[in-house]
Ligand binder design. Structure first.
Ligand SMILES: [Zn+2]
Length: 92
Protein backbone atom coordinates (compact mmCIF):
# COMPACT_ATOMS: atom_id res chain seq x y z
CA UNK A 1 0.00 0.00 0.00
CA UNK A 2 1.51 3.29 -1.06
CA UNK A 3 1.55 5.31 2.13
CA UNK A 4 3.52 8.50 1.83
CA UNK A 5 4.62 11.00 4.40
CA UNK A 6 4.03 14.64 3.72
CA UNK A 7 4.98 17.87 5.40
CA UNK A 8 2.73 20.85 4.83
CA UNK A 9 4.54 23.97 3.64
CA UNK A 10 1.73 26.10 5.00
CA UNK A 11 1.51 24.95 8.63
CA UNK A 12 4.39 22.44 8.95
CA UNK A 13 1.95 19.69 9.85
CA UNK A 14 3.33 16.25 9.03
CA UNK A 15 1.06 13.38 8.16
CA UNK A 16 0.89 10.07 6.40
CA UNK A 17 -1.44 9.60 3.51
CA UNK A 18 -2.54 6.52 1.63
CA UNK A 19 -2.20 7.64 -1.97
CA UNK A 20 -4.41 5.82 -4.40
CA UNK A 21 -4.97 6.53 -8.05
CA UNK A 22 -6.54 9.95 -8.29
CA UNK A 23 -5.83 10.86 -4.67
CA UNK A 24 -5.07 14.52 -4.24
CA UNK A 25 -2.84 15.07 -1.23
CA UNK A 26 -4.22 17.81 0.98
CA UNK A 27 -3.10 18.92 4.42
CA UNK A 28 -5.72 17.74 6.95
CA UNK A 29 -4.98 20.78 9.11
CA UNK A 30 -5.23 23.67 6.67
CA UNK A 31 -6.36 22.01 3.41
CA UNK A 32 -3.30 23.32 1.65
CA UNK A 33 -2.00 21.40 -1.34
CA UNK A 34 1.45 22.91 -0.90
CA UNK A 35 2.97 19.71 0.40
CA UNK A 36 6.45 18.36 0.53
CA UNK A 37 6.74 14.62 0.19
CA UNK A 38 9.14 13.21 2.73
CA UNK A 39 11.55 10.44 1.98
CA UNK A 40 9.87 7.06 2.46
CA UNK A 41 9.39 6.66 6.18
CA UNK A 42 10.85 3.29 7.01
CA UNK A 43 14.55 3.42 6.25
CA UNK A 44 14.78 6.93 7.63
CA UNK A 45 12.79 6.36 10.80
CA UNK A 46 14.54 3.12 11.77
CA UNK A 47 17.85 4.98 11.58
CA UNK A 48 16.35 7.85 13.55
CA UNK A 49 14.96 5.54 16.22
CA UNK A 50 18.30 3.84 16.65
CA UNK A 51 19.96 7.21 17.10
CA UNK A 52 17.26 8.28 19.55
CA UNK A 53 17.71 5.10 21.59
CA UNK A 54 21.43 5.71 21.89
CA UNK A 55 20.80 9.28 22.95
CA UNK A 56 18.19 8.21 25.50
CA UNK A 57 20.49 5.54 26.90
CA UNK A 58 23.30 8.03 27.25
CA UNK A 59 21.00 10.52 28.91
CA UNK A 60 19.71 7.89 31.32
CA UNK A 61 23.21 6.83 32.22
CA UNK A 62 24.33 10.40 32.76
CA UNK A 63 21.39 11.20 35.03
CA UNK A 64 20.85 7.83 36.69
CA UNK A 65 21.64 9.26 40.14
CA UNK A 66 18.88 11.84 39.82
CA UNK A 67 15.36 10.49 39.91
CA UNK A 68 13.70 13.57 38.49
CA UNK A 69 16.07 13.79 35.53
CA UNK A 70 15.51 10.13 34.88
CA UNK A 71 11.79 10.79 34.62
CA UNK A 72 12.49 13.57 32.13
CA UNK A 73 14.67 11.21 30.11
CA UNK A 74 11.88 8.66 30.04
CA UNK A 75 9.43 11.29 28.84
CA UNK A 76 11.86 12.26 26.09
CA UNK A 77 12.20 8.65 25.10
CA UNK A 78 8.44 8.27 24.73
CA UNK A 79 8.29 11.40 22.63
CA UNK A 80 11.09 10.13 20.40
CA UNK A 81 9.12 6.96 19.74
CA UNK A 82 6.17 8.88 18.41
CA UNK A 83 5.38 8.01 14.79
CA UNK A 84 6.25 11.46 13.50
CA UNK A 85 9.85 12.56 13.07
CA UNK A 86 10.91 16.04 14.20
CA UNK A 87 9.62 18.87 12.00
CA UNK A 88 12.80 19.39 10.01
CA UNK A 89 15.58 16.90 10.76
CA UNK A 90 18.90 18.27 9.66
CA UNK A 91 21.82 16.00 9.09
CA UNK A 92 25.28 17.33 9.60
ZN1 LIG B 1 -1.21 22.57 6.57
Amino acid sequence: MPIYEYACRGCSHQFELLVLKGTVAVCPECQSQELEQLISGFAVSSEGIRTANVQAARRKFATSSNYRDQKVAEADEIREHSPYPPASPKKK
